[in-house]
Write a protein that binds this ligand. Structure first.
Ligand SMILES: Cc1ncc(COP(=O)(O)O)c(C=O)c1O
Length: 444
């Protein structure tokens, strides 16, 4: 089989250097090379535009690996957003006085969420969830949090693993260590699984009068079973808990706002991040005035939450999403990509299925417990100049031509992978020292 060695780029070599001087290699688990093709993934970029990325040596890739972890649905370096940001920079992105753009953005988000009355801003998704939980705890006057899904790295969330080190394994990321988290938080954050209303009922029954906050992703890999979200809302109302929908990933994917708007169930607080600023750091906690007003009773404050770029980028990004009908296009695109995968798999004898919201369609390769097939597929796509991951993030930069190129590369890569599966030699075709791994663990 024609499978010549892939050149190890300078970017891949830089990653080895990074691991020696930055513990964990970088600041975000999802960008570790070990999740893609260990030793070979190019790891660093010099330039990004649309859905194209140039590596540190100027080598060219199409990005089908998540578009900046889902943050850039208008494409990288969007001209209109960047022009607004440049303007903000020229006029001073920071000063002693406040940026009026934050009021404008608050008003925009309140209009997009007609059930809400007040907004706070921050810069990261996990940080915004921590703010939301703090406000909700203050409003409810109770300590314990029931949660479902992934909500970041902060102590309130990771503390869940103090009682059972596997508590978070069924949420999104397995193996999250709780080392360094104050032991006193043990038992304060209790997990339930998606579509398992009975698990939340059990938590409530076992902690009478103690659950003040319920925080969950309204949808991630699946839409809810009928009655699930409605049931959560009812339980929250019954026990007087504040219901937070974490829309950090699902926000602005199906519509201008959150997936909860599509599903017709309203939270007390919705948290937005990722796509809100098309790659510029800005996150928002949007809630009913009666709940959000409790932010005045608990200290939540930070210097860079006031800088101008984030507000400006978000205002322009929302405007561009609206005028281009970005979400409608991404839904169509996601369905096309699912079809590309299904066709290539059928033609090459691979067992796969797809899941996820259409613009976040996800490829699941069946019978691949050690991710060897996944790694070979990523390696072969890389050979053809595609950064690939199974978690698609649709965006306005995928043109029909680019999708046609992706379909061709997918078919070629699936044919290598399909033949390897048939011959039973997937592992020996990997040019990395090990297959990819997705959980949290030490790297060095
Ligand atoms: C639903 C959800 N909440 C919170 C976060 C944390 O966001 P950030 O990585 O910006 O801190 C993420 C990140 O993937 C997420 O998907």
């Amino acid at each position: 089989m024609n499978n010549p060695p892939l050149r190890v780029s300078k970017g891949a070599q830089l990653w080895n250097k990074a691991k020696k001087i930055i513990p964990g290699g970088n600041q975000l688990l999802s960008k570790r090379s070990e999740r893609f093709v260990p030793d070979i993934w190019p790891a660093y970029y010099s330039r990004a535009k649309g859905c194209e990325i140039w590596g540190v040596e100027g080598e060219h890739y199409f990005d089908f690996a998540g578009m900046g972890v889902g943050s850039c649905i208008l494409g990288y370096a969007n001209d209109e957003v960047d022009a607004a940001v440049m303007d903000a920079i020229r006029n001073g992105s920071m000063s002693t006085l406040n940026s009026p753009e934050e009021i404008e953005l608050a008003e925009r988000l309140l209009a997009l969420n007609p059930w809400s009355g007040m907004v706070r801003f921050s810069r990261a998704g996990g940080e915004a969830c921590a703010i939301a939980v703090r406000i909700a705890r203050a409003a409810a006057g109770r300590n314990k949090v029931a949660f479902c899904g992934y909500h970041g790295w902060h102590d309130w969330y990771i503390s869940s693993n103090l009682s059972d080190g596997a508590n978070l394994d069924d949420q999104l990321l397995p193996g999250l260590s709780s080392r360094g988290i104050a032991r006193g938080l043990k038992g304060s954050a209790l997990p339930f699984r998606y579509n398992q209303l009975n698990e939340l009922e059990k938590i409530i029954a076992e902690n009478p009068g103690e659950i003040g906050v319920i925080i969950m992703e309204p949808a991630r890999d699946h839409m809810p079973e009928p009655g699930f979200l409605e049931g959560i809302r009812k339980l929250a109302d019954k026990i007087g808990a504040v219901l937070i929908f974490d829309e950090v990933t699902s926000g602005f994917v199906l519509n201008l706002g959150g997936v909860h708007a599509t599903l017709g169930v309203l939270p007390d607080i919705a948290v937005y991040g990722k796509a809100l600023g098309n790659g510029y750091p800005i996150t928002a906690v949007v809630g009913t005035a009666s709940v959000m007003d409790h932010a005045q009773e608990t200290f939540i404050s930070s210097t860079f939450w006031t800088e101008r770029i984030g507000f400006t980028a978000a205002l322009k990004a929302i405007e561009v999403m609206e005028k281009t009908k970005a979400q409608e296009k991404m839904i169509v695109q996601g369905r096309k990509i699912a079809e590309i995968w299904r066709k290539a798999a059928a033609a090459n004898g691979l067992k796969i299925h797809t899941e996820g919201l259409d613009p976040h369609v996800h490829l699941v390769i069946e019978n691949d417990p050690n991710l060897e097939i996944h790694t070979l597929l990523t390696q072969e796509m890389l050979r053809l100049g595609y950064l690939y991951s199974p978690s698609m993030r649709c965006n306005l930069a995928y043109t029909d031509d680019i999708l046609a190129g992706f379909a061709e590369a997918t078919d070629k890569s699936f044919s290598v992978v399909g033949a390897a599966v048939k011959a039973g030699n997937v592992r020996s075709l990997l040019q990395s020292s090990m297959p990819a791994s997705t959980g949290f663990k030490r790297l060095t």
